[in-house]
Design a binder for this molecule. Structure first.
Ligand SMILES: [Zn+2]
Length: 195
């Protein structure tokens, strides 16, 4: 289990590197207003806390039981798509509270959900899997062990290509969710054709 600060830094500076790049550009051109800064802080707050939600039980267990158990709420694994609903609700709540618009609440929910998922990906790398599919499948699965599949293990070139695509697609879709949400909160990504 990477420590909380690593999860937050991974989300902000690795998955969100394009946003950091855009903000630094705006800062260097002195284009950021106080209102913009508040919006950016809201994104950092929602993203930062959402990426910590899978380990939320560590806080409870340290205070109450004196241990670092952090992977279950009752019988529900916190490192699962099911538990990502907490981040989605959390993001939607703050999105609506800040903007009073349904659309913005949905985009903030997507942003929070993707932040949550980056936590699972990082734990997957560190621990060799997460219980992503609970309760459909309650054992650990690793996106990254699938990436390591060779031709022979996959049972042929076609299967190998499909498995490779699926494993990379899992990471791609999380990053794409972040970019999509950021785009709705003022970040623009586009291709500038050379003249
Ligand atoms: Zn964790």
């Amino acid at each position: 289990m990477p420590y909380p600060v690593v999860h937050v830094l991974f989300f902000l500076f690795c998955v969100g590197s394009v946003a950091v790049y855009a903000v630094l550009g705006s800062l260097s051109r002195r284009e950021l207003s106080f209102r913009d800064a508040r919006k950016l802080l809201l994104l950092v707050f929602v993203g930062g806390l959402s990426t910590l939600l899978p380990d939320i039980m560590a806080v409870y267990n340290v205070l109450i039981n004196g241990n670092l158990d952090h992977s279950l709420v009752g019988s529900i694994p916190t490192h699962s798509f099911l538990f990502s609903s907490t981040a989605i609700i959390f993001g939607a709540f703050f999105g609506y509270a800040a903007y009073r618009e349904f659309d913005k609440a949905v985009y903030m929910a997507i942003f929070a959900g993707s932040a949550f998922l980056t936590h699972l990906l990082l734990d997957d790398i560190a621990e060799g899997g997460c219980t992503y599919l609970y309760p459909l499948y309650d054992r650990r699965i690793s996106v990254f062990s699938i990436m390591d599949t060779g031709f022979a293990d996959a049972g042929g070139l076609f299967n190998y290509l499909i498995i490779s695509f699926v494993s990379v697609f899992c990471v791609f879709i999380v990053i794409l969710m972040v970019l999509f949400a950021l785009n709705k909160f003022g970040f623009e990504f586009g291709y500038r054709a050379e003249k």
